[in-house]
Design a binder for this molecule. Structure first.
Ligand SMILES: *Cc1c(COP(=O)(O)O)cnc(C)c1O
Length: 350
């Protein structure tokens, strides 16, 4: 198709695993902790809900629940269709053709994909050998190439590495670029930048309900920033960007603070269980601050072999050939995963 933009011609479609499975540990989705039986939840919708009318354009009630959840002013929040929409909104707002976007790599693939769609130039700064990162390298590169936007995924997907707050503040003190801190997994770690947004003119924090709240299906994420940036992004976002059903479920969900905190503790416990067990294999797991563990294995086609057992994990290619990411599951799921690994390694030996 000749008419398509040059950069779109080179783009690959975001493809997801469509195979059947018993245990799904490939996409870092949380468990269904809040609505175990959605039928019984009385999702009969809000008083006065009219399916024929457009939803609240600025998700007012949802923003006030998010405000309570994070202890921030609802005016500093924009919700939308997953943090994916928020990443795209940042690109739409700040990236002109040829502008530079900087990030450590490996990281979440959508930063470079949206850079390409919006004709920006994505530059990845390689992590250290152990997938830790060096802020001095990033600051130096930023001074050299003058990026419009810097993405920092914290904790980082897929490596699980956590950049501490002081380092992020040092970055903010040393650049005027827009700094986007993607905190999709911050509930499983410590060191959120949410309470810093008013202190900086160029800080945007992204959060989601897809991971720690176990609501990936309703596509609900949000941005937190200062009033100037919020006002600008509000000019760019599509009208009624978040449907009424997602707004409603999000409002109900965020009222369950106790359940959410209990789930986070469970995931952290299971994360250590899984990590300890992985060290018993000829596998190199990396310390993780998310709800997943990144590891290296020399078994060829490990993910395919697990898939035969009905277990899905994420595999990588290119520079990350031989690396995998497994979502922290329930105790039973983790045991099944470990059991299958045992079988696979036993067969490798014989
Ligand atoms: C899962 C994930 C997201 C979440 O995306 P949603 O669109 O909110 O589901 C965002 N950033 C990172 C790094 C992720 O891993």
């Amino acid at each position: 198709m000749e008419l398509v933009k040059e950069n779109i011609k080179k783009l690959k479609e975001y493809k997801t695993n469509k195979v059947s499975y018993r245990i799904k540990l490939d996409a870092n989705e949380g468990k269904n902790l809040l609505f175990p039986d959605i039928q019984k939840e009385g999702i009969s919708f809000l008083e006065g809900f009219n399916i024929n009318l457009y939803p609240d354009n600025d998700s007012f009630l949802l923003r006030s629940e998010i405000g309570k959840y994070l202890n921030i002013n609802p005016n500093n929040i924009i919700p939308g269709n997953g943090s994916s929409e928020m990443i795209e909104l940042v690109m739409k707002t700040f990236i002109d053709k040829g502008d530079i976007i900087l990030s450590f790599v490996p990281t979440f693939s959508m930063y470079s994909i949206f850079s390409q769609i919006y004709s920006g130039r994505f530059i990845g700064i390689k992590s250290n050998e152990d997938f830790s990162t060096n802020m001095d390298t990033l600051i130096k590169k930023a001074k050299e190439v003058n990026p419009k936007v810097i993405f920092l995924c914290n904790p980082n997907n897929p490596t699980g590495y956590l950049t501490n707050k002081d380092e992020i503040k040092r970055l903010l003190d040393n650049t005027d670029s827009i700094i986007v801190v993607d905190e999709a997994y911050m509930e499983f770690a410590e060191g959120s930048m949410v309470d810093e947004v008013l202190k900086y003119k160029n800080l945007i924090v992204l959060r989601t309900l897809s991971k720690a709240l176990g609501l990936a299906s309703i596509r609900l994420g949000y941005m937190v920033s200062n009033q100037d940036i919020i006002d600008i992004i509000n000019k760019v976002k599509s009208p009624y960007n978040l449907n009424a059903i997602s707004q409603y479920i999000g409002i109900k969900a965020l009222k369950n603070r106790e359940k959410i905190l209990a789930y986070i503790e469970e995931v952290k416990k299971e994360r250590s269980y899984l990590y300890d067990n992985l060290t018993k294999f000829p596998i190199k797991p990396y310390e993780s601050n998310g709800n997943f563990i990144f590891f290296k294995s020399n078994v060829t086609g490990l993910a395919k072999k697990l898939e035969k057992e009905g277990i899905l994990i994420r595999s990588f290619s290119g520079d990350l050939e031989g690396y995998y990411r497994v979502t922290v599951g329930s105790r039973w799921e983790n045991e099944q995963f470990i059991k299958s690994l045992k079988e696979i390694f036993k067969n490798e030996e014989s």
